[in-house]
Design a binder for this molecule. Structure first.
Ligand SMILES: [Zn+2]
Length: 255
């Protein structure tokens, strides 16, 4: 059995959540608690991002497990997801777009520091949240370097991992990542992870608010047909997306 890396986004209290106005990736605390209970029931180990990285590099990943990742750095991650993870003593990896830190939507530097001192890993999701494949080489460098530097300076930690804003994959991604000092890149391509996975092309499974708990269970167990179906859907959607203008994709993702 493989490792499933779950890709969460914002987590909101049920009373402020509305399925019609949130984007498909935002879930409620109730759903999140159901997920954590399901993981506990499954007895799958919850790995941190460095265990995953070392496991791939040393070809020593456990036979099964989950990684809980969160994109963007939204305030709900600090307010809701982090305390619930801490209660269970489980690690989470939070990929933060540094441009959002300290804004109305984002976690403050103090909040990120508190999280990193309490078992959470804070990593990069670029600075401005622009999709990297639409940018010049200099702009990609800046997104990767600035966000890493800001996180390291403010948190006193080492940033090793990057998750791609909007899932956009720039040409020559691995050389950008190596050059700017990243050791792992997480994509939004739905697939599971094993010892054969490339550290610069680590797939994840997106958590969406319309998924059932049964689907969630298939996701954490890396159910082959479920993952295959999601992968096909993603690739089709991405082909269609390549015909849409960037601003439309960004506005759909960030809503
Ligand atoms: Zn994002």
């Amino acid at each position: 059995m493989p490792i499933s890396i779950l890709m969460y986004h914002d987590v909101l209290a049920p009373e402020v959540f509305s399925a019609s106005t949130q984007n498909i990736y935002t879930i409620t605390t109730t759903t999140f608690q159901d997920h954590l209970a399901e993981i506990a029931r499954s007895k799958l180990p919850v790995l941190n991002i460095l265990e995953l990285l070392d496991g791939i590099n040393n070809q020593s990943l456990p036979a099964s497990g989950v990684v809980l990742s969160f994109d963007d750095g939204c305030y709900g991650n600090y307010q809701h997801a982090y305390p619930l993870l801490r209660e269970r003593g489980w690690p989470g990896v939070f990929f933060v777009s540094t441009g959002i830190v300290g804004t109305d939507r984002g976690i403050s530097w103090a909040g990120l520091k508190e999280m990193s001192q309490n078992g959470m890993s804070i990593q990069s999701h670029g600075h401005s949240h622009r999709r990297l494949e639409g940018l010049s080489a200099e702009e990609v460098d800046r997104e990767l370097i600035n966000s890493k530097q800001l996180l390291e300076d403010n948190l006193g930690t080492t940033v090793d991992a990057l998750s791609l804003p909007g899932g956009g994959i720039p040409f020559n991604l691995e050389s950008y990542a190596r050059k700017t000092g990243y050791r792992l890149v997480a994509t939004s391509i739905p697939a599971v992870v094993d010892n054969a996975t490339s550290v610069f092309d680590v797939p994840r499974l997106a958590v969406k608010n319309r998924q059932t708990l049964k689907e969630f269970s298939e996701m954490i167990h890396g159910n082959e047909s479920w993952v295959k179906y999601e992968n096909t859907k993603y690739r089709l959607k991405n082909t269609l997306k390549s015909f849409l203008p960037q601003w439309l994709i960004e506005s759909r993702h960030r809503k």
